[in-house]
Design a protein around this ligand. Structure first.
Ligand SMILES: [Zn+2]
Length: 460
């Protein structure tokens, strides 16, 4: 299986996010050796222009795109060095995985498909721009930096999806709000307690926000708001795009609260989706507490901050339109800092929601600013690409394809800004548990999806 050989070659080159020069150069050399025009830039994006095969010269240009970088995760105790070591690929039956680490099937499969098209002149296709972007996983820096004049095509096949037969046709845009409250302290006047929230499932703040999972930061703030306490510190979460699983606060109170009763109370609200939720109350020590105004402002804001699903789509049932996640909460250096990630399927709605959150933060004395925003890939009602994809899918699979919207980010949002009038779908073979050391690619699906891709190109 040639695409597997190509994938193995890529897996031998370390290519974690931020470390994409070598793999970008490898792809560039691969194309140049075969006589194709190649563009590279300072972000290590790589664009290869593939002239049409015979008879298709006049057809519209098709952009085939995936990202070069992979998420580097390994099992505890594994000594793999992602800067130097090749991945240790293993095959068991239909399953391809890397021993002890992420596989980088996300998005190495796209690169392997691209290289396979480059090297095989017998595959019919229209004029193509094969685009490999860098650092998608850590903020889409490659797609952000990409020179928009590079791309002449307005039809995009994005190969960064992980379920065969499911075609993504729009995705959320997002941004971050960073806010800070200056803190003032006074000596403790009452006993000190540590209140912790534990046992939550956590999850991706985009792909899993519709599950209405508990956010430990928010739950803890609601607990504190119900107590007569003075806050000392509050911390929880470590990534803006992950729903926090645990959080803890130090506070002073007259007497301890009953953690079992608190847990039971919270389980009434969250029990159906967070059965392991637990509140822990312990004695602790500290020599200073926040002054009354700071404590009230912090608890007041955190307990009233909208979080999770803000609005459901009125067009697509079950799709979250706008959401946010209070991902990180830190008390340090005389200030309370928080980082909120926001997402929306509509750019205008994300902006409006961010303004609303910032107004609320400012009302409680926080200094807040929005940044890191990236655009949504909004649904395009007129598409010539989707019916072709659907027709070929039916021919190949004898069933109906699923076209879906995704409440998470794909580079298609950024690319749609650079490619006005973009007509795009995102798809890919079955890959399970991406971004974890259990990431596994189905080899049969890898091959079938390539055959399907070739059939689409033959039709375009
Ligand atoms: Zn990806």
């Amino acid at each position: 299986m040639r695409i597997l050989e190509l994938f193995k070659n890529l897996a031998a080159i370390p290519h974690g996010s931020g470390n994409t020069k070598a793999i970008s150069d490898y792809c560039a050399a691969f194309a140049r050796e075969r006589g194709f025009e190649v563009l590279q830039d300072q972000w290590n994006n790589c664009l290869i222009r593939l002239p049409a095969t015979q008879g298709k010269e006049a057809n519209p240009i098709v952009v085939l795109q995936g990202h070069l970088d992979m998420v580097c995760e390994k099992d505890a105790g594994v000594s793999h060095d992602f800067e130097k070591d090749p991945l240790d690929l293993q095959i068991e039956g239909d399953r391809l995985f890397a021993k002890g680490t992420t596989l980088g099937g996300d998005d190495g499969v796209a690169i392997a498909y691209g290289l396979a098209l480059i090297e095989d002149p017998s595959i019919p296709h229209p004029p193509m721009e094969i685009l490999f972007t860098s650092d998608e996983e850590t903020g889409m820096d490659g797609a952000i930096g990409l020179e928009s004049t590079w791309l002449k095509g307005r039809i995009l096949l994005n190969l960064d999806s992980e379920e065969e037969g499911v075609f993504i046709t729009s995705c959320a845009g997002g941004g971050e709000i960073c806010a800070r409250l200056p803190l003032f302290y006074e000596p403790c006047t009452k006993p000190v307690y540590r209140i912790s929230i534990e046992g939550l499932q956590g999850g991706h703040s985009g792909a899993e926000i519709h599950r209405r999972l508990g956010n430990a930061n928010i739950i803890l703030a609601k607990v504190l708001a119900g107590l007569s306490c003075r806050l000392i510190s509050i911390n929880g979460g470590n990534k803006s795009n992950a729903i926090p699983r645990a959080a803890e606060a130090l506070c002073t109170m007259d007497s301890p609260v009953d953690s079992t009763a608190l847990t039971e109370l919270l389980l009434r609200e969250y029990g159906d989706r967070e059965p392991d939720l637990k509140v822990i109350v312990e004695t602790a020590t500290a020599d200073r507490q926040l002054d009354e105004a700071c404590s009230k402002a912090a608890i007041g804001l955190l307990s009233s901050l909208p979080d999770g699903v803000f609005e459901w789509s009125t067009e697509i049932e079950g799709l979250v339109e706008t959401s946010s996640n209070l991902g990180i909460l830190t008390t340090a250096d005389q200030q309370l800092s928080l980082l909120i990630s926001t997402r929306s399927m509509k750019n205008a709605k994300r902006d409006a929601y961010q303004e609303q959150l910032i107004a609320l933060l400012e009302r409680f004395g926080f200094a807040a600013e929005a940044g890191g925003s990236y655009p949504a890939w909004e649904y395009k009602s007129e598409s010539t690409l989707r019916p072709i994809v659907a027709e070929i899918y039916r021919q190949h699979y004898q069933k109906e394809p699923a076209f879906i919207a995704l409440h998470a980010g794909l580079e298609c949002g950024l690319l749609s800004e650079k490619m006005p009038g973009l007509d795009a779908v995102s798809f890919g073979p079955d890959i399970k548990e991406i971004h974890t050391p259990r990431e596994t690619l189905s080899l049969a699906s890898f091959q079938r999806t390539f055959e399907f891709l070739k059939a689409i190109l033959a039709k375009l």
